[in-house]
Design a protein around this ligand. Structure first.
Ligand SMILES: [Fe+2]
Length: 335
């Protein structure tokens, strides 16, 4: 035993050891079971590791048929099933600076509608129905209502006007909206149907005697985000949700402002992901770092960010391993 201790001490103290000193090989435990390894390895090596399969016509046909079937099923799913296969994701988010009175606040986060009236009517109708069934406290919409044509706004608002939450519905701009529409026009259209629309401004809700501030920024990609204006008048200690369409702005905002969590869309969760590992090969500007889900800040602040997979699609109407998402976030106080 003493010899063992000395040997370990030598390893950690770096004390040089003369060659040949210390343990003789048979005393080391791994060498004591050495014969077992020898026996196993002998058996293994006797069996050919990778027998080369003989490629017969039948095997080749089976392989091709299987591959075609898999590819067909994947394409059918990606084009015909998944873009309409709405999912509900529920997350509890512990927030250190959330007052106890706001513990349990349920926020539905929706984004990236990219509404196509001919294709998405059933999807959006179901989305509104399911969100209202959740009876949330607050609904936030983090941008990209259109892809390129503003004429879809009135029919989309026909659906969004039916959303119901105890403390209302609050929306911000997305880059696709800002590229094709004036912000004030969009704001007017939304506010006509009772949806609060924030462009570099904030609103404050009184919930059970406490104030919850919501700061909404203009879109980042070629837009005019102004964090100072968006957070103007919010006291440092006021619990605040930040709405920003493009998620990668988080690193900047987290350095500059105090808030609990940033809610973003923009990435569509990748829209097509590699099954099982979830890797999203297609990146979008300002959506390269935070792709989907909840991330902790790796900086000094306590803020978090949530990125939703969104509802609609851009480009080809296709989704793969990345279903449209209603995100229900329950905020938890860990003060
Ligand atoms: Fe976007």
């Amino acid at each position: 035993m003493q010899r063992w201790i000395n040997e370990i001490a030598r390893v950690y103290t770096g004390e040089p050891r003369q060659v040949g000193a210390g343990f003789s090989s048979p005393e080391l435990p791994y060498l004591k079971i050495h014969p077992i390894f020898i026996k196993i390895s002998h058996r293994v090596t006797k069996v050919p590791c990778m027998p080369t399969p003989k490629i017969t016509r039948r095997r080749l046909f089976t392989l091709l048929a299987g591959s075609t079937l898999c590819a067909g099923a994947s394409l059918t799913n990606a084009y015909l099933i998944e873009p309409d296969w709405l999912s509900l994701t529920e997350n509890e988010i512990p927030l250190p600076n959330l007052p106890a009175s706001l513990d349990g606040l349920r926020v539905v986060h929706l984004a990236d509608f990219h509404f196509r009236p001919d294709d998405d009517d059933v999807l959006i109708t179901e989305m509104v129905k399911r969100v209202n069934e959740l009876d949330p406290d607050l609904i936030v919409l983090t941008g990209d209502y259109i892809t390129s044509n503003p004429v879809v706004i009135p029919p989309l608002l026909g659906h969004l006007a039916k959303l119901r939450a105890k403390h209302g519905v609050i929306a911000i701009m997305g880059n696709h909206d800002g590229w094709k529409m004036e912000g004030h026009e969009l704001k007017r259209s939304f506010e006509k149907v009772g949806i609060t629309f924030l462009i570099n401004e904030n609103t404050r809700l009184n919930i059970q005697g406490d104030t919850l501030a919501i700061a909404g920024l203009d879109f980042i990609w070629l837009g005019h985000p102004d964090a100072d204006r968006a957070f103007r008048g919010i006291a440092t200690k006021t619990p605040t949700l930040a709405l920003v369409h493009e998620p990668d702005y988080f690193d900047y905002l987290n350095r500059e402002k105090n808030f609990l969590i940033q809610l973003s869309g923009h990435t569509h969760g990748g829209q097509c992901r590699v099954p099982l590992i979830g890797y999203a090969p297609i990146e979008v500007r300002y959506g390269e770092k935070y792709i989907y889900g909840i991330y902790d800040s790796n900086q000094s602040g306590d803020a978090k960010i949530h990125v939703t997979r969104g509802i609609g699609t851009t480009g080809i109407r296709v989704r793969f391993a990345c279903r449209p998402e209603i995100a229900l976030l329950t905020l938890r106080s860990i003060a």
